[in-house]
Structures are given as structure tokens and as C-alpha cells.
Unconditional design. Structure first.
Length: 384
């Protein structure tokens, strides 16, 4: 019996308990390596990172990935349905191709419908020649990832065409550039203002805090939608549509910082009485040093989550306002502008592929939310 007791008291290191779950190698890793190790264990966050990276690759190489230009159209293919890529034709010959569409009229209802012509085919290849564009803004090229090998062949619409015969896939790819980037500047400005003003308010307190909070409440009381309408009317008409929306986004970023400022202020009010802050103050640290070196790092997980969740908010705002006609307008191309085509019930019934830009919005927002959750959990110093 004594032998059994001694064996149980000297249990193996694999037994349950805090010491058993501690990884000795973690003590040798830097903070960034520890965050990356925790982040990799978050499966949805890794999926969100992959999708977000893919979307920004599309942003950079949009002209190369799009088979056609945003304004290229063919009136004979109005509301043409999506075509399928095929490897084997009806004769058994191999080769990537699509069957051209022919327009037929029903003798009874007189309705016009498209049907694929199986007797003909349009050869499809990779890195084919097409319209010229500026890759990365300075490299002239005419190569596209996929498209018909013969420029004079009938057009290829893998995701269908709109009411003007424009390729939906190409316009979705090109619209990714605006929808995924136009809100980044506004997020950066709102983030900087929120941290700076909220940090000063919470750290100093007193009369300074009262004045700043009254100003925050004033900005929070401004209705956003009427502000959009007023700015849209005040900006010069000779500006390009993209520049107009960009300026509206920048101005609205000076209102969007209020929520973050309130949250940072509340955290600073509690952190300024913590022992590590008092120790740094007694050690002679300046106010900027206390704020940016001691207090902000403890809020890093919350700030990361706020930034990653603000970007999809900007995407949804651009999509909604462009859909309502208050944001971007043609000839600019974004996901919200493309969704304007789907405002009619008839279009949804006869051409449901025009709703695909909405699917892109959902995927982008979910990916960014998953990424934000994973970064927040990985950067949380109190998470086990």
C-alpha cells in the first residue's frame, strides 16, 4: 500500500494540472510568435485569413483576372444566362470551351430565351490576349487569366450578363477594388481619432474629460443619412464618382470615431489606477509614454477586433448607399452599384445571377469577421 501511495504522489508530468498543460517551449517565443501560434488553432480565423487574402489578391490583379472590361458590352447578349465550361464536346474531342448562346423565341408566348448551341464551341484558354490595361498602375499588358482564344469569337459569360450585355464576372472582379479598399482610409482615420481622443479623455479625466465627452455626444447626435445627402449635394459635380464617394467617406470617418473613443476612455479610466501604470509614472514616464507604451498594449486585443469589424461595416455602408443611389454611381463599378441592377422583381425572377454581387458582400463580411474574432482571441493575454 505504501508503494502505491508513493507512486501516486510522484505522478508523471502528463497528469492533469496547470504544470501539465504548460508548454516549456512557449517561454522562449516572442509575443508575436505566441499570438501566431494561438491564431493558427482558430480554424474559422484561418479560413477568414485565406479568403481575405484572396480578395485582396483580386484587388491587386483585377484587370488581369477579369476577362473583359467593365464597360464592354454586346447588345445581342442582354440578360444572357451563365455559360458552363466544358472539357469534352459532343464529338468526344477534348479541349476547354463553352457553347455559344443562341436566342430563340417561343411561338406561343413569344418569350425570348437563350439556349446553348451544342453544334458549335468557343475555345477557351489561359493567359489569352484581350484589352490593354495597366497592371499595378505602370505595367502595360493585354494578357488575361481566362477568356476566348479567338478575340472575334462570341463572348463568354461564365456568370451571365446584365441588361446591357456586360459580363457579370468581369464587373464583379473589377468592383472588388472599390468595395474592398474605399473604406480603409476612413477606418484608419476613425481609429486614430478614437484612440487619441479617448485615451486623453480617460487618462487626464476631470474637466478635460467632461469637455471631450460633451463633444463626443455632439458628434454622436449627428444623423448619418442626412449627412450623406448633404455631402452628396455639396461636393462639386465635376469630380469623378470615385473621388466624390472617397471624400464623403473621409468626412464621415470624423464621426465614426465616437464609439471607439468612448470604449477607450472607459478602459483608460480603470487602467490609470493599476499598479503597473503607477509604477511607470513614479519611474518618470511621460504622459505619451504611459498611454502608448503602458496602457495601449493592454487594449490590443480589443483594438484589433474593433478595426477588423469596422472594415466590413464600411463595405456594408458602401453597398447599401450605392444600392440606394446615395453612394457610387455609374460608370464606377462596385458591388453596391452592381446590385442596383437587381432592384426590380422581374429581374430577380428572370436573371437571378445579378444577385451574385450580394453573395460576394456576404463572403467578404464573414471572412473579415472570422479574422477579427481570431485576432482578438489570439491577442488576448488572459486567454488560456
Amino acid at each position: 500500500m505504501a508503494t502505491e501511495i508513493m507512486l501516486s504522489d510522484t505522478a508523471s508530468p502528463d497528469a492533469d494540472g496547470p504544470e501539465a498543460t504548460r508548454d516549456p517551449s512557449s517561454a522562449k517565443l516572442s509575443q508575436s510568435r505566441l499570438i501566431w501560434r494561438r491564431f493558427r488553432k482558430h480554424k474559422l480565423a484561418m479560413l477568414g485569413l485565406a479568403v481575405t487574402t484572396l480578395l485582396y489578391v483580386v484587388v491587386v490583379f483585377a484587370d488581369f483576372l477579369a476577362p473583359y472590361g467593365s464597360g464592354d458590352f454586346n447588345a445581342d447578349y442582354t440578360y444572357a444566362p451563365p455559360q458552363s465550361l466544358r472539357l469534352v464536346d459532343q464529338n468526344g474531342d477534348w479541349g476547354l470551351h463553352v457553347n455559344p448562346l443562341t436566342l430563340e423565341q417561343d411561338p406561343d408566348t413569344l418569350a425570348l430565351t437563350f439556349s446553348p448551341d451544342r453544334t458549335q464551341k468557343v475555345d477557351v484558354g489561359f493567359f489569352v490576349k484581350g484589352r490593354e490595361y495597366q497592371l499595378l498602375g505602370f505595367i502595360t499588358s493585354d494578357r488575361h487569366l481566362i477568356g476566348p482564344t479567338d478575340p472575334d469569337a462570341p463572348p463568354m459569360h461564365l456568370l451571365g450578363a446584365d441588361r446591357n450585355g456586360r459580363d457579370v464576372l468581369s464587373r464583379m472582379v473589377l468592383g472588388t477594388r472599390i468595395s474592398m479598399t474605399i473604406g480603409l482610409v476612413g477606418v484608419v482615420i476613425a481609429f486614430a481619432l478614437g484612440i487619441a481622443i479617448g485615451g486623453v479623455s480617460g487618462f487626464i479625466g476631470g474637466r478635460t474629460d467632461m469637455v471631450i465627452q460633451r463633444g463626443v455626444e455632439f458628434f454622436m447626435a449627428i444623423p448619418t443619412l442626412p449627412l450623406w445627402l448633404g455631402l452628396a449635394a455639396a461636393i462639386p459635380r465635376d469630380w469623378s464618382p470615385t473621388m466624390r464617394y472617397f471624400m464623403i467617406t473621409v468626412v464621415l470617418s470624423f464621426v465614426a470615431w465616437t464609439g471607439l473613443a468612448r470604449e477607450v476612455r472607459g478602459r483608460f479610466l480603470s487602467l490609470r489606477e493599476e499598479q503597473f501604470v503607477m509604477a511607470a509614472r513614479l519611474d518618470g514616464a511621460s504622459r505619451p509614454g504611459l498611454i502608448f507604451s503602458e496602457m495601449l498594449p493592454s487594449l490590443m486585443s480589443h483594438l484589433i477586433a474593433t478595426v477588423t469589424l469596422a472594415i466590413p461595416g464600411m463595405i456594408l455602408a458602401e453597398t447599401s448607399l450605392s444600392f440606394l443611389g446615395l453612394g457610387l454611381q455609374a460608370p464606377s463599378v462596385s458591388w453596391g452599384v452592381l446590385l442596383q441592377e437587381a432592384q426590380q422583381v422581374r429581374v430577380i425572377a428572370t436573371a437571378p445571377w445579378l444577385l451574385l454581387p450580394g453573395v460576394a458582400v456576404v463572403i467578404a463580411v464573414l471572412a473579415l469577421n472570422f479574422l477579427g474574432d481570431g485576432l482578438r482571441d489570439a491577442a488576448d493575454p488572459y486567454k488560456r
